[in-house]
Design a binder for this molecule. Sequence first.
Ligand SMILES: Nc1ncnc2c1ncn2[C@@H]1O[C@H](COP(=O)(O)OP(=O)(O)O)[C@@H](O)[C@H]1O
Ligand SMILES: [Mg+2]
Length: 116
Amino acid sequence: MANVRLESMKKAYGTIEILRNIDLTIDHGEFVVFVGPSGSGKSRLLRMIGGLEPISGGRLFIDNELVNDIDAADRNLGMVFQSYALYPHMTVRENLAFPLRMAKASKAEIAAKIAK
Ligand SMILES: Nc1ncnc2c1ncn2[C@@H]1O[C@H](COP(=O)(O)OP(=O)(O)O)[C@@H](O)[C@H]1O
Ligand SMILES: [Mg+2]
């Protein structure tokens, strides 16, 4: 089971509030989509849930645990980014090999997968 709960979540940059008092409960297995015009705060909300941006106010719970101050890597969430990020200092081949290397694949395995 996994659930996500937002209580009065806020995002502000200095004195400018861009998200105010967002309350939302997402139950296990629910499919939720944020829809709104460009600049309405969809990405800031997702980034706060993912732990990529500090939460300015309110509380965020994942599995009923308060995670406001938990690092992104420790929230046990998966993410797919809107723009795919490639490492600019690596070649295309090195970019493809990198996640395989991190997963401790052998050199032969990496070479075989990249050649496909
Ligand atoms: N670093 C920042 N400083 C000040 N305002 C920002 C910053 N990042 C985003 N904003 C403002 O926050 C609002 C919401 O942005 P965003 O979440 O990216 O919108 P969306 O994803 O819905 O297009 C926008 O109006 C944007 O101008
Ligand atoms: Mg966006």
